[in-house]
Design a protein around this ligand. Structure first.
Ligand SMILES: Cc1cc2nc3c(=O)[nH]c(=O)nc-3n(C[C@H](O)[C@H](O)[C@H](O)COP(=O)(O)OP(=O)(O)OC[C@H]3O[C@@H](n4cnc5c(N)ncnc54)[C@H](O)[C@@H]3O)c2cc1C
Ligand code: FES
Ligand code: FES
Length: 497
């Protein structure tokens, strides 16, 4: 019998006999912890959010909000989570619950446990720094507080980053009371047990190998072990953050006979910034990569906030985004513009491929059976002018209809190098090679940009689908370069204060 277990709200709970495809949400609710709700089962609404204890760079712990509906519960073997029930109860409300109640941030209450968990993640964020503002601005009961905008409308006076709630939907209350609650939060008390927990290390990864009803879930202890499994078991399916796989399980009913969880393998979690290359481990979550890079790659810094929601970025990985081979993933256009290479590893060794050679057809790549993506390498120096344009139906938590990434060097007013990555306009992500040629060696002026824009509008083979029509996609391509040009013109005219 499996001795797999998860610590929930401080109590160790066995996973014995739980089917391997079970999500954390179904398991929690089945165990009587029905505070976490299922709104969509596909990562879109955040009603299922829970807090996961994750390691920090200084050896402590962070409470990281994630979508319980997407994570296979065995991926949490040996780990620690907190649900809305673990934050507080009606007699002892947690500060986020108290503020939500005071601000009128809940009506039917269906979304509230999820909002409370996302807010709690931000409440405990170690680098959340309150800003000095007049005292009355933080009083949610005052009329002025409700209309107060601070320097950045998406950050509260208490340093609360509203993007933390980008993966939570509320269909009946309206978002202003929820925002008011978030912006009125103070700092955690030293006696707060969840705050005290952060000083100790997060749980180590636990090697897991369970089989229930003919399906197996394995968390190998090392990369070598994972690669041997991939070599010996042709049915093995890799899972990292499970933000794509979880949707397949829940919505399409897919089941895998053998799931191999790789997101905690140290060998896939490195991040280094050297003079000649930046390397990002394939199993780092987007949020971890964002924090680790800390703006070192401006193009990625522009991409991160546009990628899904904070809840999804807290689990989704570069490896998973590239591993699907999807033509509408957001990292491929950016990484193509950056001239990235992929490190592919198998039991036979490692090889490096140019990302521009990686995609071979719709969801087809050069990755061989038994290979996984180990890391992404971005050569330095980086291009000086970069931009990431994502066109989607929603500003946050949506897949791109079209994505365009630019990386140009302009020297003495002339374009000396250009790499442009496109997503959503062909069966694969691709480089806009004809447009690049139309730019290189030419002056960076409106005439060049207009001519190159016509070329860009004709790149790819856009299709019509539920996200956008083919014509719309071409038009978005056509205008992307003009948008970049106008930005560079505005920036060149800006006078330093
Ligand atoms: C609500 C929602 C919003 C989303 N929004 C966006 C968005 O804005 N932009 C976007 O690009 N994507 C988006 N996605 C898709 C998804 O979050 C990303 O593709 C994410 O990067 C997947 O990473 P993961 O680790 O969760 O992958 P998983 O689900 O774990 O795996 C996905 C696939 O990749 C394979 N895989 C995983 N790791 C590796 C590896 N190291 N080597 C080889 N193969 C591997 C797996 O076998 C599987 O087939 C969204 C998803 C949801 C549910
Ligand atoms: S139930 Fe909607 S995001 Fe999980
Ligand atoms: S309170 Fe009803 S959905 Fe948010």
């Amino acid at each position: 019998m499996s001795d797999s277990a998860v610590t929930v709200n401080g109590e160790r709970r066995s996973l014995a006999e739980t089917a391997t495809h079970t999500t954390a949400l179904d398991w929690l609710r089945g165990s009587g912890l029905s505070g976490s709700k299922e709104g969509c089962a596909e990562g879109e609404c955040g009603a299922c959010a829970m807090l996961l204890a994750t390691p920090t760079a200084d050896g402590g712990t962070a409470w990281t909000p994630v979508n319980a509906c997407l994570v296979p519960v065995y991926a949490l073997d040996g780990q620690e989570v907190v649900t809305a029930e673990g934050l507080g109860d009606p007699e002892h409300l947690h500060p986020v619950q108290e503020k939500l109640a005071e601000a009128g941030g809940s009506q039917c209450g269906y979304c509230t446990p999820g909002f409370a968990c996302s807010m709690a993640g931000e409440f405990y964020r170690a680098d959340r720094t309150p800003r000095a503002v007049p005292a009355e601005s933080s009083d949610v009961s005052s009329r002025s507080a409700r209309s107060t905008t601070t320097e950045c409308p998406e950050h509260g006076p208490n340093g609360f980053d509203l993007h933390a709630l980008s993966g939570n939907l509320c269909r009946c209350t309206g978002y202003r009371p929820i925002r008011d609650a978030a912006y009125s939060l103070g700092s955690p008390d030293d006696a707060d047990p969840l705050q005290q927990r952060l000083a100790r290390p997060a749980p180590d990864a636990v090697a897991t190998d369970v089989e229930v009803g003919g399906s197996r879930f394995v968390r190998p202890a090392t990369l070598d072990e994972a690669l041997r499994l991939l070599r010996d078991e042709p049915d093995a399916l890799l899972v990292a953050g499970s933000t794509d796989w979880g949707v397949e399980v829940n919505i399409r009913g897919r089941r895998a006979p053998l799931v191999v969880a790789i997101e905690q393998l140290d060998e896939l979690r490195g991040l280094s910034v050297a003079d000649d290359v930046i390397e990002i481990g394939a199993a780092l979550s987007l949020s971890e990569a964002e924090r680790g890079l800390d703006g070192a790659v401006p193009l990625l810094a522009e991409l991160f906030p546009q990628f899904a929601s904070r809840l999804i970025r807290n689990r989704g990985t570069f490896g998973g985004n590239l591993g699907t081979g999807s033509p509408i993933g957001d990292t491929p256009p950016a990484l193509l513009a950056l001239g990235a290479r992929l490190v592919l590893a198998s039991a036979d060794g490692e090889r490096e491929v140019e990302l521009s050679d990686y995609f071979t057809g719709y969801r087809q790549t050069v990755r061989r059976p038994g290979e996984l993506i180990k890391a992404v390498r971005i050569p330095r120096p980086l291009a000086a002018v970069t931009a990431f344009h994502k066109i989607a139906k929603r500003r946050f938590d949506d897949i791109s209809s079209v994505a365009v990434a630019f990386a140009l060097d302009i020297d003495g007013g002339v374009v000396t190098s250009a790499r442009i990555g496109l997503g959503g306009v062909a069966a694969t992500p691709l480089r806009a090679r004809a447009t690049e040629e139309a730019l290189i060696g030419r002056p960076w002026d409106i005439a060049t940009v207009r001519a190159a824009s016509e070329v860009l509008g004709g790149e790819g083979t856009p299709m019509s689908d539920h996200r956008a029509s083919a014509d719309y996609r071409s038009l978005m391509l056509n205008t992307a370069l003009l948008k970049l040009y106008s930005r560079t013109v505005i920036e060149s005219k800006e006078v330093p204060a």
